[in-house]
Design a binder for this molecule. Sequence first.
Ligand SMILES: Cc1cc2nc3c(=O)[nH]c(=O)nc-3n(C[C@H](O)[C@H](O)[C@H](O)COP(=O)(O)OP(=O)(O)OC[C@H]3O[C@@H](n4cnc5c(N)ncnc54)[C@H](O)[C@@H]3O)c2cc1C
Length: 290
Amino acid sequence: MARSDLSATIYDCLDDVETIFGDTVTALEDDGQLVHVDFAHSKSREFDLVFGADGLHSKVRSLVFGLEADFEHHVGLVVCALELEGYRPRNELVAVTQTTIGVQTMRLSLHHDATLVLFTFRDDRPIPLHDVEARQELLRTRLRGIGGEAPNILEHLPRAKSFYMDRASQIRMPTWSRGRVALLGDAAAAPSLLAGQGSALAMVGAYVLAAQLRRTQGNHQQAFAAYQRQLQPMIQDKQDAALQLDIAFAPKDRKQLYMRNATIRLMGLPFVSKLVMARSLRDPIELPSW
Ligand SMILES: Cc1cc2nc3c(=O)[nH]c(=O)nc-3n(C[C@H](O)[C@H](O)[C@H](O)COP(=O)(O)OP(=O)(O)OC[C@H]3O[C@@H](n4cnc5c(N)ncnc54)[C@H](O)[C@@H]3O)c2cc1C
């Protein structure tokens, strides 16, 4: 099992928590006292509470709250992330970007001679999520003719160590819990790639929810309500703010491209970046004590 450093660190803390890999929930029934859960492979089980932390395309959400389409707000971009080994050119500690109208290529150097490439492009069409080859073909078609490093990167595509491609979307739900089931992270409130804070928000959400369950001594109704009350307004503000940032990734026209480039140059001035970024990155949130 390949794990990143952060997920390995978190996983290693789960001393007495049972984990099951390679399985998925297929049905959930909350009878008010317990939640009955069916799995694709394991035996059915019953739980006091169920938390869906299964990301943008949450199965728990679709089983308990309804269709993904009712909550997904596509931001008009497709994002593709791939990891290459030994890719050249390589620049340490620098994000190298090429932005043209509707498309951005970004290259970042990781440890151990790995390179992360991010392509972002404007597209509204559905993505064949379960067909890697179809997605790679779509990427090639969409990037045809953009020049720069893209053709070189695309040649490495068949040897990519990992490949992700999906619509960039936000999840906006009126309520993050129903009965004994609650959602966390992207499943409840994905802010999208544009916000650049989804992982942090997911972890803050998990912390706040756990702290509220502890504070209310397991009264899940009170805990779920307090969790949502504390975080939802802040996350909604972040989602709204993120929608303004799409021009940084894939400007729609020449004017937006010019504005984007001028802003990036201005951000090179320390007092400007501090003024702009400090305001958007500092969150008015007080974590409950443990
Ligand atoms: C290209 C890209 C770059 C990003 N960059 C940043 C960044 O720089 N900083 C940042 O903070 N955020 C970033 N984000 C957003 C961030 O990745 C997400 O917001 C974050 O991962 C959400 O965490 P999560 O735990 O809620 O969901 P996920 O990380 O999506 O985890 C969900 C987990 O559930 C599992 N799962 C899904 N369905 C099932 C199922 N049916 N059964 C069992 N398991 C299931 C998945 O395998 C996965 O392990 C980026 C996102 C993208 C796409």
